[in-house]
Ligand binder design. Structure first.
Ligand code: DX5
Ligand code: ZN
Length: 219
């Protein structure tokens, strides 16, 4: 099953509750947390996520692009996160951090930057529920999809299959109706889309275009 996760980063921040109502037919809501340190941008934190929680039933998929993520896992669990991903580039005690997320009742994800190798995941795959493969360098919406990441998605999907694990692959960055079929063919099943959904006036039509593309396009 393919799931669509609109990224709130491309929504109108002055009207967030109204914006949430326009994506109620999505599968997840992707929330980008940036600290101005791991990535060169600042966005939202647990207080805003907690405030949004009562405005939608969608599961909250929190993507932490922050240094020392372990320090803040508790705050995001309290805020109502259903999935939490932390970057492998930021966390020296990865298994421990992933276990904290799971112990808090959320799904644990490992996010990896475009230049980070699939092999770096080897010893951590058993401790996570999903891998968030960045298809742009994190920090901003609306960037161009990095095509050479596609073979890496395929590689990670093979590692997961070979080990008989139930680890999903989420992709994030430059995903639209054009790029979605290629990442799905490579093994991704959760598609984050910021500008391709919130950048369009009709959000249902925008999500439908991505879903249709992955079911009808031959790669
Ligand atoms: C970028 C964020 C993404 C971003 C994607 O660092 O992690 O979630 O919102 O935006 P698009 O889909 O426009 O590339
Ligand atoms: Zn993201």
């Amino acid at each position: 099953m393919i799931r669509i996760a609109p990224s709130l980063l491309s929504a109108d921040f002055a009207r967030l509750a109204d914006e949430l109502a326009t994506v109620e037919h999505a599968d997840l809501l992707h929330l980008d947390v940036m600290d101005g340190h791991f990535v060169p941008n600042l966005t939202i934190g647990p207080a805003l996520i907690k405030a949004l929680r009562k405005h939608t039933k969608l599961p909250f998929d929190c993507h932490l692009m922050i240094a020392e993520p372990q320090r803040y896992i508790g705050a995001f669990l309290d805020a109502g996160a259903d999935l939490i991903s932390i970057h492998i580039e930021t966390e020296p005690h990865l298994q421990r951090a992933l276990q904290m997320i799971r112990d808090g009742g959320a799904k644990a994800g490992i996010a990896i930057n475009p230049a980070t190798s699939a092999e770096s995941l080897t010893s951590a795959l058993d401790f996570c529920d999903y891998i968030l493969v960045m298809t742009v360098n994190p920090g901003f919406g609306g960037q161009k999809f990095i095509e050479p990441v596609v073979p890496k998605i395929r590689h990670i999907a093979r590692l997961v299959r070979e080990r008989g694990l139930r680890v999903e692959i989420e992709v994030d960055g430059g995903i639209d109706a054009g790029t979605a079929p290629r990442v799905v063919d490579a093994g991704a099943s959760i598609l984050v889309a910021g500008s391709a959904v919130f950048g369009k006036p009709d959000r249902d039509a925008a999500m439908r275009a991505i879903r249709d593309a992955v079911t009808t396009t031959r790669v």
